[in-house]
Design a binder for this molecule. Structure first.
Ligand code: DQA
Length: 164
């Protein structure tokens, strides 16, 4: 099991048949559990990762977790580690609405990617209605709280397995 990384580290050799997915969390998601609980609930980021890890164990998936508040670190992680994965699940948080750099990094690695959000940004303030990655991702899941991640992961893994 690979726990949350805050720096890019080399990945080990991937076992045959294993699907390796990067789960990427953007800024302020490290505060889940205490941050705006009326919108984001009380579950912590590490509890969300634990939920995903349970799914991973059932489906022969290796997960690589990463959270950063820094746009540049997220870009570097996508370039270095994302490129070595079969797919990406990403909640870019506020960078969803602003980051050309994240969009370009995702285009550069060209891996199947699922955009997830705990809330439904389209039901919130107008500046959250625009996603700079919506048109380049495989799929989007939003508004289901932590289940958005689970649904996104399951959909992505099915896709990767079907493409093999
Ligand atoms: C979010 C929605 C974004 O608009 C916001 O900036 C976040 C979290 C979500 O998961 O609902 O930080 O990505």
């Amino acid at each position: 099991m690979v726990r949350i990384r805050n720096a890019v580290q080399p990945l080990g050799r991937k076992a045959r048949g294993i699907v390796r997915i990067a789960v990427i969390h953007g800024p302020n998601l490290n505060l889940l559990g205490t941050r705006e609980t009326d919108k984001y609930g009380t579950i912590s980021l590490s509890a969300i990762n634990d939920m995903l890890e349970e799914i991973a164990t059932e489906h022969s998936i290796e997960l690589v977790f990463f959270q950063s508040n820094s746009e540049g670190e997220l870009v570097t992680f996508i370039q270095d580690t994302g490129a070595q994965c079969d797919g990406l699940v990403i909640n870019p948080a506020a960078y969803t609405h602003t980051s050309v750099a994240l969009r370009d990094a995702l285009l550069a690695v060209a891996k199947p990617t699922i955009e997830v959000h705990l809330t439904n940004p389209n039901a919130r303030e107008p500046f959250r209605h625009r996603s700079l990655i919506a048109d380049i991702v495989l799929g989007r899941v939003a508004g289901f709280g932590p289940q958005s991640y689970c649904l996104g992961l399951l959909g992505l893994v099915r896709h990767v397995q079907e493409e093999r």
